[in-house]
Design a protein around this ligand. Structure first.
Ligand code: VGL
Ligand code: ZN
Length: 210
């Protein structure tokens, strides 16, 4: 195997490059599939590659269809706080929940599934939306001796942003590869997400700077 530029203390976190978020999917992110070649290239540079998969039970609390009278992209107050409602997407085991067919998954040593609890969403790959339940990812990365985390994937303003902010909070030096991400961008959510990431200490760079 060729020498990896980023060794044991670094990890690439590839967020939600799944059919539901790609063109034709139930919650398609504009240009979502365009990140695949970039991410395949980045994956070759890292010894540690972790993939995430949004993985919801049917009837998940984040699905508008499960709340009578509510529509996708409206917000609803849930016990853990405001929740944006989405079209049904990434139902566990469905085609939509599968990785994009051209994503090279063989480089990954771990796949983290999130949003697996029926009553709690999880944009973050680290901590669920109740802000208490861990996915175990921080402990896993710490156990490997990882100190720095790079993120790429979908969507910039939701799962990438929340995961990046939580990576910082967990003590990892955190980088988001902006051109290897695509956003949903509803009601200014992309600008707000970059602001929050910057405030949290997330570093922003392009794939040609990795
Ligand atoms: C995501 C909305 C709902 C994401 C996941 O991957 O950014 N967005 N579930
Ligand atoms: Zn989801």
């Amino acid at each position: 195997m060729p020498l990896k530029r980023y060794g044991a203390d670094c990890a690439l976190l590839v967020v939600d490059v799944q059919n539901s978020f790609c063109p034709g999917g139930e919650l398609a992110v504009p240009g979502g599939d365009e990140v695949v070649p970039l991410i395949n290239h980045l994956s070759l540079l890292f010894e540690n590659v972790v993939l995430t998969q949004d993985w919801h039970p049917a009837g998940h609390v984040s699905f508008a269809s499960r709340h009578p009278g509510m529509q996708p992209f409206q917000s609803l107050d849930l016990p853990y706080g405001p929740q944006t409602l989405w079209p049904d997407h990434c139902v566990a085991g469905s085609h939509g929940a599968g990785f994009h067919s051209e994503l090279e998954t063989q480089h990954a040593r771990l796949i983290v599934r999130k949003g697996v609890h029926a009553q709690v969403d999880s944009y973050s790959a680290f901590v669920e939306a109740d802000r208490a339940t861990t996915t175990g990812l921080a402990a896993y990365l710490n156990a490997l001796g990882v100190k720095k985390v790079w993120l790429a994937g979908l969507a910039t303003d939701f799962c990438v942003a929340w995961s990046a902010i939580d990576a910082c909070a967990a003590g990892f030096e955190t980088f988001v590869v902006e051109d290897a991400c695509r956003a949903i961008d509803m009601d200014g959510s992309l600008a707000e997400a970059w602001m929050k990431m910057r405030q949290a200490g997330v570093k922003r760079l392009r794939s040609d700077e990795v």
